[in-house]
Write a protein that binds this ligand. Structure first.
Ligand code: B12
Length: 246
């Protein structure tokens, strides 16, 4: 096989393996392309949740790992719990971390490829995941400032893995522009008016998420103490009002 064909078949093997997990869609994109994405042009130093995600800090990425595998997990409205924060993580992110570990092992055992699952927070060594997702063809950025997947709309959560090896990137999406003809239900649905002039306002949205943290409810699993765990239910108004994938 020539070089190009090898790269393409490597990519399709990895994508089909990733997508063999229930509710997963995947894309592949060079790390450099992600690092040149629009989110990296913005100053985003923000507070990170101090007791959140037991992701370890990654100070230096492995130099040979120049390709990003982007994972998207469907967060159906039928399974609200996936987005609930309980015992230090959301159920969806926990699932994504589990799948990342399984893929890492598979990449090593089947393809002899080294893989490095990345943390969630950019401050801990993660990537801006929406940029990575758009560039690898998982969707587009909608007027709610979220990644819209063609079938699931914004009801998807992301995570990434760095890989060593030579992969053909997956193509970005063309001809998918649902917001162009939409009545921006997302922006109208926002309880804190986080789109004052049609553009996403991070401070406004942040206020809502901070309030969600304050409003924890005892609706989790029965914990060690015999009582239910505290749960944070994050606002999803701009997500659930989106007609794409509803
Ligand atoms: C910090 C953070 C927050 C902060 C600040 C958010 C912000 N956007 O600034 C707060 C706490 C407020 C927040 C809120 C929410 N978040 Co948040 N958040 C993050 C985090 C950790 C980093 C995001 C960030 O700082 N981006 C940088 C800023 C500058 O980007 P931005 O304002 O979003 O806009 C950029 C993109 O839109 C991009 N872009 C626009 N067009 C195009 C086109 C192309 C071609 C490309 C490449 C890029 C691109 O450029 C813009 C900058 O110029 C990510 C996880 C991660 N590691 O990426 C999750 C993440 C973005 N959040 C997510 C979610 C779901 C939410 C909430 C719905 C709450 C919830 N239920 O979880 C709300 C919704 C906010 C909204 N409508 O955008 C999901 C989004 C999934 C999706 N479908 O898009 C992510 C990816 C986490 C995950 N679990 O998957 N979040």
């Amino acid at each position: 096989m020539n070089d190009m064909a090898t790269k393409t078949s490597l990519t399709s093997r990895v994508i089909s393996q990733a997508e063999s997990f229930d509710g997963i869609r995947a894309g592949i994109i060079p790390l450099n392309d992600v690092l040149q994405g629009p989110s990296y042009q913005v100053d985003t130093k923000g507070p990170i949740n101090p007791d959140g995600f037991d992701d370890v800090q990654i100070d230096n990425w492995a130099a040979e790992a120049q390709t990003v595998l982007v994972l998207g997990l469907y967060h159906s409205e039928e399974d609200l719990r996936l987005d609930y924060w309980e015992r230090g993580d959301t159920w969806g992110n926990r699932r994504l971390r589990e799948i990342s570990e399984l893929l890492k092992q598979w990449l090593r055992d089947e393809l002899d490829v080294s893989a490095y699952p990345l943390p969630y927070y950019v401050e801990k060594g993660g990537l801006f995941l929406k940029d990575a997702a758009v560039l690898s063809g998982l969707g587009i950025i909608g007027k709610n400032n979220l990644l819209l997947h063609p079938a699931w709309g914004p009801r998807i959560r992301l995570r990434s893995i760095l890989m060593a090896g030579d992969f053909e990137p997956t193509a970005s999406l063309h001809g998918f522009a649902p917001c162009e003809t939409c009545d921006v239900f997302c922006q109208k649905a926002c309880p804190v008016k986080a789109f004052p002039d049609g553009k996403y306002s991070r401070p406004n949205c942040r206020q809502q998420i901070d309030d969600d943290w304050e409003d924890q409810v005892l609706e989790g699993e029965i914990g060690e103490t015999g009582k239910r765990n505290w749960v944070v239910k994050f606002c999803r108004a701009c997500e659930f009002s989106c007609p794409v994938g509803a």
